[in-house]
Design a protein around this ligand. Structure first.
Ligand SMILES: C[S@@+](CC[C@H](N)C(=O)[O-])C[C@H]1O[C@@H](n2cnc3c(N)ncnc32)[C@H](O)[C@@H]1O
Length: 218
């Protein structure tokens, strides 16, 4: 439960990014894709009680926990949904992901990003592993897993199928190559040691995209 009391690194990053938006006051509705147990939404709702805040996650158990913790706020709505299907037709002033696109497979990522663009009225924020060498996408295997895999013969039988099933992999991508011309990148900040730790410092970025004026729909 401390996740809900203390303002953690990802929430600080998110709130700072929001406050740095030029016309932040125009952001009235926010959607988090893959909100998990709702930690980011909790701090968002606490900081901005006037904002309409929504989130969804593919994992029904996480959403159940999120609903329990977030019921004290009357400006938050969370529901079960798969980012790959995203049947929601609602639009939001800002749509964001934090450590979620990194789990979406190569096969699905472009479609997911197209859908995110469709439901965003103005801003998109990704807190994800971003390539800084223009490599469109690469799969990262955690070092601990590589080590275990190499260490024992037995683990090869257990871990190899999981590795092939993509269970413990993270995608690092150049998200600028997935976003259409309808959005322009306005901020791209590398996550530093003062902001987070571990692999987030190696690969993490906060990126904000804004809808280009000519494509803002009435
Ligand atoms: C590492 S957690 C991040 C949770 C939250 N965004 C945060 O920053 O605390 C990744 C979340 O993405 C969710 N997720 C993975 N694939 C998803 C999908 N296709 N649609 C919706 N949520 C998904 C997982 O269930 C999990 O809750």
């Amino acid at each position: 439960m401390t996740a809900f009391i203390e303002l953690g690194f990802p929430q600080k990053i998110l709130l700072n990014e929001l406050q740095s938006l030029e016309d932040f006051n125009s952001v009235k509705s926010v959607l988090e894709i893959g909100c998990g147990i709702g930690t980011n939404l909790f701090h968002l709702a606490k900081a901005y009680p006037q904002m309409k805040i929504s989130g969804f996650d593919i994992d029904a158990q996480r959403i159940l926990l999120a609903q329990t913790v977030l019921k004290r706020f009357n400006n938050v709505n969370v529901f079960v949904e798969d980012a790959r299907l995203m049947s929601t037709l609602k639009r939001y002033d800002l749509v964001f992901t934090s450590a979620v696109l990194m789990l979406i497979s190569s096969k699905d990522i472009q479609e997911v990003i197209n859908k995110i663009e469709k439901i965003s009225n103005n801003y998109i924020i990704f807190i994800e592993y971003q390539s800084d060498s223009h490599v469109k996408e690469e799969l990262l295997v955690p070092d601990t897993l590589k080590f275990q895999y190499l260490r024992t013969k037995l683990s090869r039988f257990f871990l190899l199928p999981q590795m092939l099933e993509n269970k413990y992999h993270y995608w690092k991508r150049d998200y600028e190559q997935f976003i259409s011309k309808d959005f322009e990148i306005i901020h791209k900040r590398k996550i530093t040691k003062s902001m987070w730790s571990g692999n987030w410092v190696r690969h993490g970025y906060v990126m904000t995209f804004k809808k280009v004026k000519s494509s803002v729909r009435g």
